[in-house]
Design a protein around this ligand. Structure first.
Ligand code: SER
Length: 312
């Protein structure tokens, strides 16, 4: 990785990944891109920015030529809950956008990282210790687009030898940039509300267990996967990525260790609850552990301590 392009660089993952990549490979080697300008000075002032709408191939190829890009982190996407309200837009951005990036990447000889998700599974998938290779029949448009993205990345590798790699992320928790429109976002909002109001009303049931991960682990996973020895990667695209799993009630308990009078109430949103109910509770990530030595660092307690310290 010498000349890197990050799409969706202003989003929840992109805003932290871009800064981490600049620290590792040099500020000028990492081009941030999005359809909106970054407002965070750490991102805005630390390196080049290009306006790229991933649905416009000219935007992509122009930036790739100008900056001699060799590696793409393609993060621009719509999340699950908002994708259910705007399914056509989710398909266009999440599938046509990937096709455009793969095509440009193929023409310019780039490696490409694709973020898949627990959303790529569905109600027929085993929910506990979900295997790496298993039934994938998602019941959200978001999930459909993630399965298509995984398969397209496999296809570009098989057909053209393109160096495509990817991860299936659990719900991601971060304090720098809020996520937008996901089903797992409660696990981010809850910390801000705990600090501001000592109360949070959760849209998922108290016992809804989902796989989750603290953002520093997710950033490290992306960089480690893209730096991994290619010969070791058997699955290559869409590695299950495990870290922690918890329910809203357990997350509230971990916050109560620091804010004893924190209260959680429940007003279940049937739409997001049914999405959560169709996703795994825990993931088997042994392929990632064996093939490129994946190992998460943050427990629930360590994440909660750091989130509260950073937000206070
Ligand atoms: N965090 C995402 C969502 O909830 C899943 O990948 O949509």
């Amino acid at each position: 990785m010498k000349r890197i392009l990050v799409t969706g660089a202003v989003g929840q993952i992109g805003s932290e990944l871009t800064v981490a990549l600049r620290q590792r490979y040099g500020d000028s080697a990492v081009v941030a891109s999005d359809v909106k300008l970054p407002s965070d000075p750490a991102l805005r002032d630390s390196g080049p920015f290009e306006f790229i709408d991933c649905l416009n191939p000219h935007h992509i190829t122009r930036a790739m030529q100008m900056h001699r890009i060799d590696t793409i982190f393609h993060l621009a996407a719509l999340l699950s809950a908002v994708g259910e309200t705007r399914p056509l837009q989710a398909w266009q951005l999440n599938v046509d956008g990937v096709v455009n990036m793969l095509e440009a990447g193929r023409q310019y000889g780039c490696a490409l990282f694709f973020p898949s998700s627990i959303g790529a599974f569905g109600p027929e998938t085993p929910r506990k210790k979900t295997p790496q290779v298993t039934i994938q029949r998602p019941t959200t448009m978001y999930g459909v687009t993630k399965v298509v993205g995984e398969l397209l990345c496999d296809d570009y590798h098989r057909r053209f030898g393109m160096d495509t790699r990817g991860l299936r992320f659990p719900g991601l928790i971060s304090y720098k940039t809020d996520p937008g429109g996901g089903t797992t976002d409660y696990a981010v909002d809850i910390y801000r509300q705990a600090i501001a109001h000592k109360q949070y009303t959760c849209y998922l049931r108290a016992d809804s267990r989902l796989p989750m991960m603290y953002m520093p682990d997710a950033i490290r996973a992306m960089i480690e996967l893209m730096e991994a020895e290619p010969g070791k990667l058997k699955h290559r695209n869409a590695y299950n990525l495990g870290a922690i799993d918890f329910t809203p009630a357990e997350l509230a308990d971990s916050i109560r260790a620091h804010i004893p009078d924190f209260r959680i109430d429940y007003a279940v949103d049937p739409r997001r609850q049914s999405i959560a109910d169709s996703w795994p509770e825990t993931l088997d990530d042994s392929a990632a552990r064996e093939e490129w030595r994946w190992s998460p660092r943050y427990s629930l307690a360590a994440m909660t301590e750091d989130m509260l310290r950073q937000l206070l």
